[in-house]
Design a binder for this molecule. Structure first.
Ligand SMILES: Nc1ncnc2c1ncn2[C@@H]1O[C@H](COP(=O)(O)OP(=O)(O)OP(=O)(O)O)[C@@H](O)[C@H]1O
Ligand SMILES: [Mg+2]
Length: 228
């Protein structure tokens, strides 16, 4: 479903962030993407989101050819993707319910469906009792689960998370990771960018290691003792 074929990305200042990436991810897979700071992880994610365009090669997601897609189609394409960032980007003056509902409102979902679906999603991420709380009234881990709920709101095929546990303590990190695994078992393709070796080792999933803009390892079962 996701196909990078010899993808290169040069930023306008000349930095070659990706130097020829080949990566195939099937529907329903769970993949960790790891690598040193500056390796190109966020760039890979931005290309997937079509926030940045590839410089050469080929990048397709489902039936979308990201290099040749018109800008008009981008918002439509992005509904295939649910995104989780490290910095939560919740609306401080909206409740938990409203934060999730907003993602559905912007794509024109009928109110009736929103009212039905939001509690169900909050239930999936174990936040059933918190729907009327404001972000400042809940913990960091709970806030991150709201972000996850929001990413799920429009029923995307793929969830992409860039350092979703970066600001969380180890216990909360485990909780978020367990939820991402659960979401994967519910049928979604999940891509997690992380620095946290312990988590990667613990979950024993496919691991793609980026180094200086290239994939240097792609295997199942943790990072072992490698320095990345
Ligand atoms: N907008 C930009 N313009 C120019 N260079 C950029 C831009 N964004 C990233 N880079 C460069 O591209 C390379 C890859 O950056 P990227 O953000 O993808 O790394 P990363 O693996 O996500 O790192 P980190 O773990 O620190 O988040 C780095 O050399 C970075 O300095
Ligand atoms: Mg990054």
């Amino acid at each position: 479903m996701i196909d990078f074929v010899n993808v290169k990305k040069a930023y306008p200042n000349g930095t070659m962030a990706l130097k020829g990436v080949n990566l195939h991810i099937d529907e329903g897979e769970f993949v960790f993407i790891v690598g040193h700071s500056g390796a190109g992880k966020t760039t890979l994610m931005k290309l997937l989101l079509r926030e940045e365009k590839i410089s050469s090669g080929r990048l397709t997601v489902s039936n979308f050819d990201l290099a040749n897609m018109s800008d008009l189609r981008v918002p439509y394409y992005r509904r295939e993707l649910g995104v989780v960032f490290q910095d939560f980007r919740l609306f401080p003056k909206k409740t938990v319910f409203e934060n999730v509902a907003f993602a559905m409102e912007v794509v024109g979902t009928p109110r009736k469906k929103i009212v039905r679906r939001v509690p169900a999603i909050l239930n999936t991420v174990n936040l059933a009792g918190k729907q009327d709380s404001f972000p400042h009234e809940i913990s960091g881990g709970e806030q991150q689960r709201v972000v996850l709920a929001r990413a799920l709101a429009n029923n995307p095929k793929v969830i992409i998370a860039d350092e979703p546990t970066g600001n969380l303590d180890p216990k909360m990190s485990l909780e978020i990771m367990s939820l991402l695994m659960k979401i994967n078992r519910l049928g979604k393709t999940v891509i997690v960018i992380t620095h946290e070796k312990d988590l990667v080792d613990y979950y024993k999933q496919r691991v793609v290691i980026l180094k200086d803009g290239l994939i240097v390892e792609d295997r199942v079962g943790g990072m072992f003792n490698e320095e990345v």
